[in-house]
Design a protein around this ligand. Structure first.
Ligand code: HAM
Length: 414
């Protein structure tokens, strides 16, 4: 019987895992330097957690199932709701701000295509407690600097949901219609917007994109709209902080985000050349989500990278990731030498990456294997040398061989 992997999932070969691990380490290193600490939440949760506030868009793509006791469960499609649940359940008495990050697989039942999978990894963080512009800027800054660290070229776009929501509220658009309109804006569904007969001024507003001048242009549309004007001021304060930090961005008032819990600043990062799925990061402020689970009003802001897309962007931009290195392959020259060779391998493994021939191959074949594995050295253990406490060290780059004392192998590999 031939069994294939499920649609929308992937296997990762060692080379791919090494590249992914490298990128994970670099990003996690930056998160740590900003003071974020890793957490992990369960892979599945009660379905209500995500139905409650993640929004309709996500609800239609959930991997939901009934467990043996008839409870409805769901593989997590995202982790922000889980972090808020965890905060309410176990972290609410901790000192704030709480700086939490995660690197976990997410599951969404979507139609797979390049850059869009049913199982994918997110590397994200949540800053819980503060609400000032510096906290928004801190989160944008860590997203920006982590990509800079690995060298991925990108475009960072920032908007504010309060601007759009204020505009719609001011026109007394009912809540349900507001959601529909924001969903259409998120998907760039112009036909859908037409059906909802939104007014021309909204198209103009969501079309505003560029530098700081965008804020002044937006003000003209929003003069009598109190919430929108307040949101523009908030956005301006965040932007001023980003300018101060030297972060490059585009203001885009048409960012609506697919998840419904956002309340303020929102941002997305895109990479040119990735095709339709070019958004490698999304996030923003969600000041009401924790309240929903705990009754406590606690502001928060965060983002998540689509980790797979970050890796694809790095590959597209030909960013080199370090390949694995083998310091030495140990080659017994004859079957009688196997045990001794094994002992040498075991001792060297305290400090070095060492491989040992387990295939009972002749020396020539071991050398071929070592060359393909890009090993730095081969250590040949022969009876005559060993009787004198020595081995033969072959430099795989130069092809040179020399006899050295067993105690000196460690030094030679340095
Ligand atoms: P999201 O925009 O739904 O936000 O997902 C974040 C990122 O995950 C996206 O920008 C995209 O790169 C990646 N992504 C989404 N779906 C897929 C998929 N099917 N295959 C591959 N990559 C995908 C959230 O999930 C929020 N929880 C982010 C957040 C954290 N907001 C505040 N804190």
């Amino acid at each position: 019987m031939k069994i294939e992997k499920p649609k929308g999932t992937r296997d990762f070969a060692p080379e791919e895992m090494e590249a992914r691990k490298y990128i994970e380490r670099e990003i996690a290193g930056m998160f740590t330097r900003y003071g974020f600490r890793q957490i992990r939440t369960p892979s599945f949760e009660h379905v209500e957690l995500f139905e409650k506030k993640s929004g309709e868009e996500i609800s239609t793509h959930m991997y939901a199932f009934e467990d043996k006791k008839g409870r409805m469960m769901c593989l997590r499609p995202e982790e922000t709701a889980s972090v808020c649940r965890m905060y309410a359940e176990t972290l609410r008495t901790k000192q704030k701000p709480l700086k939490l990050y995660y690197f976990d697989p997410m599951f969404r039942y979507e139609e797979p295509q390049k850059g869009r999978y049913r199982e994918f990894w997110q590397m994200g963080l949540e800053l819980i407690g503060p609400s000032g512009p510096e906290s928004d800027a801190e989160v944008i800054s860590v997203a920006y600097e982590s990509l800079k660290k690995i060298g991925v070229q990108n475009v960072l776009e920032i908007g504010h949901l309060g601007v759009l929501k204020g505009f719609l509220e001011d026109r007394n658009v009912p809540e349900a219609d507001q959601r529909k309109i924001l969903a259409c804006i998120d998907k760039n569904d112009i036909e859908g917007l037409r059906k909802l007969s939104v007014e021309k001024a909204l198209y103009e507003l969501i079309g505003l994109k560029g530098g700081k001048e965008v804020l002044a242009k937006a003000e003209k549309h929003l003069k009598n709209c109190e919430r929108s004007m307040k949101s523009l001021t908030e956005l301006r304060n965040i932007i001023d902080t980003l300018d101060f930090l030297g972060i490059e961005y585009l203001i885009n008032l048409g960012i609506a985000r697919g998840l419904e819990y956002y309340t303020g600043m929102v941002f997305e990062i895109r990479v040119a050349g990735l095709g339709a799925q070019n958004q490698i990061c999304g996030g923003g402020r969600y000041d009401n989500l924790i309240e929903l689970f705990s009754g406590l009003s606690v502001p928060a802001v965060g983002f998540a990278y689509g980790f797979d897309r970050v890796v694809e962007a790095a590959q597209l931009q030909k960013i080199e990731t370090p390949a694995r290195t083998i310091d030495a392959v140990i080659a017994p020259a004859s079957p009688e030498m196997k045990k001794e060779a094994f002992k040498i391998a075991a001792a060297l493994r305290k400090d070095y990456v060492v491989d040992y021939d387990l295939m009972d191959r002749k020396l020539g074949k071991i050398l071929e294997y070592a060359a393909e594995a890009k090993a730095r050295y081969v250590i040949i253990v022969g009876a005559k040398d060993l009787a004198l406490g020595q081995v033969t060290l072959r430099d795989m780059t130069s092809g040179e061989q020399k006899i050295i004392k067993i105690e000196e192998i460690g030094k030679a590999l340095k």
